[in-house]
Design a protein around this ligand. Structure first.
Ligand SMILES: [Zn+2]
Length: 65
């Protein structure tokens, strides 16, 4: 038995537990999400000024698909 790194719930560390050492898929995704957010450092405020200067939304290349 091990503690789930996300919620500290006792969970079985066995081949049958595909989410080990997590207790569930949800806890695994939460942990991976926290790791990703630490690694990529997403800015709190998106830099929108360069998207608006000199461009209407229709002309912006960022709005085209
Ligand atoms: Zn958990």
């Amino acid at each position: 038995m091990v503690e789930c790194p996300t919620c500290q719930k006792q969970t079985q560390f066995t081949p049958e537990n595909r989410w080990r050492p997590f207790c569930s898929e949800r806890c695994k995704l939460i942990d991976l999400g926290e790791w990703a957010s630490e690694g990529y450092q997403i800015p709190a405020e998106p830099d929108v000024e360069e998207f608006s200067i000199g461009n209407t939304p229709e002309e912006s290349p960022y709005t085209k698909h």
